[in-house]
Design a protein. Structure first.
Length: 192
């Protein structure tokens, strides 16, 4: 009799399987943008399980296990908290400015039109902790880079970043890798 995990495994390579469940929404939020929507991954329990299993398998391996998982507001919370639970480690939210109730550090980054700020509680990580930083997508890399800077400012080591979707043409994944931080991307889409 197959194991319960085997009952949930797709016949395709997991990355191909996941890609098939990412919806493209044309011209949203503005004309010319091809929005990569991961909500179908979350809505289908088999697909969501495959996504989480891919991440948990990677970060359960010797030398890859984090001390804590951090997730970027907001979809990084969904994925990161489940991965943290499965790994039996803590979860840290990196939130948009003004959403955390305790003392915070903040990092501002540039957007296409304007800027944004993310915050982290000052007691969220400890010196030398190995952190896995998760988000759903990397485009220009502003949010991911801000998250890395916050964690490092508090003394943590970002051992790797992980995203479902990479939009390499926008340069964010290259920025993260150029600074020397490993980055796992599960699916790439050319054109934004």
């Amino acid at each position: 009799m197959p194991s319960p995990a085997a009952l949930h495994q797709p016949a395709l390579d997991p990355r191909t399987f996941l890609r098939q469940h990412i919806r493209t929404v044309p011209d949203w939020p503005s004309p010319g943008v091809q929005f990569r929507d991961i909500t179908p991954l979350l809505q289908n329990p088999q697909v969501f399980r495959v996504l989480i299993d891919v991440l948990v398998q990677r970060y359960s391996a010797a030398g890859m296990r984090p001390d804590v998982v951090a997730g970027l507001d907001a979809r990084g919370f969904i994925i990161g908290s489940v991965v943290a639970y499965a790994l039996n480690v803590g979860f840290i939210p990196i939130r948009k400015k003004g959403k955390l109730p305790f003392t915070t550090v903040e990092e501002t980054y540039e957007l296409e039109y304007g800027s944004a700020t993310v915050e982290l509680h000052t007691d969220a990580v400890h010196q030398g902790q190995r952190v896995l930083l998760i988000d759903d997508l990397i485009a220009t890399g502003g949010t991911m880079m801000a998250g890395i800077k916050l964690l490092e400012r508090l003394g943590a080591q970002v051992m790797e970043c992980a995203v479902i979707v990479d939009l390499p043409e926008l340069g964010g994944s290259a920025k993260v890798r150029e600074r020397g931080t490993p980055l796992l991307t599960l699916v790439q889409f050319d054109g934004h």
